[in-house]
Design a protein around this ligand. Structure first.
Ligand SMILES: [Zn+2]
Length: 173
């Protein structure tokens, strides 16, 4: 039997390869519509979250799997962390990518400030102390992690807007 470490690493490689395969299978499943279209199905054009996606449907699970793969690709291309050398490093890196993907998707889907319920003001009519009147929930976590989460929320919004623009252009033609 080989060492625990090397077998862990092999399992990890297989696990991550499986994720990538899952993403391409999902792309086929959804007719190759891609992330932008899935995002559009999750959120109505007015920014409210689609009811179907609130109860943890397969579509949301599929979207999260695809987004984790996309965030992992971006993280590796942008070198968020040094190239992992050990199984432990790799677990830590993939753990970060997954947390950033989950938090950014959750925040993008519903990032309303909890304290003021997204109104931006308190009952006293003063600016809400939690969000300082921005109406958006604060992203929690370490500095690097919350920076990356905010980045990825921006990426999701960009994909969503780009898809909305394409869909609108198609309707006009
Ligand atoms: Zn607030």
């Amino acid at each position: 039997m080989s060492s625990v470490n090397s077998s862990d690493l092999r399992d990890d490689d297989r696990h991550h390869a499986t994720d990538a395969l899952a993403a391409s299978a999902i792309a086929d499943e959804t007719g190759g519509v891609g992330l932008g279209s899935l995002l559009y199905r999750v959120k109505y054009a007015d920014g409210t979250v689609h009811k179907l996606f609130e109860s943890g449907t397969n579509n949301l699970a599929a979207l999260l799997r695809i987004w984790v793969v996309a965030v992992t690709e971006k993280a590796q291309a942008r070198k968020w962390v040094p190239t992992p050398r050990t199984a432990w490093d790799m677990d830590a890196a993939y753990g970060l990518y997954r947390r950033v993907a989950e938090a950014s998707l959750a925040h993008w889907m519903d990032g309303r400030c909890n304290t003021c319920n997204g109104t931006g003001i308190q009952v006293t009519q003063h600016a809400c102390p939690s969000c300082k009147g921005t109406k958006r929930a604060q992203i929690v976590g370490g500095r690097l992690e919350s920076e990356k989460i905010a980045d990825m929320v921006g990426e999701l919004e960009g994909l969503y807007q780009a898809h909305g623009g394409r869909a609108a252009a198609m309707l006009r033609n």
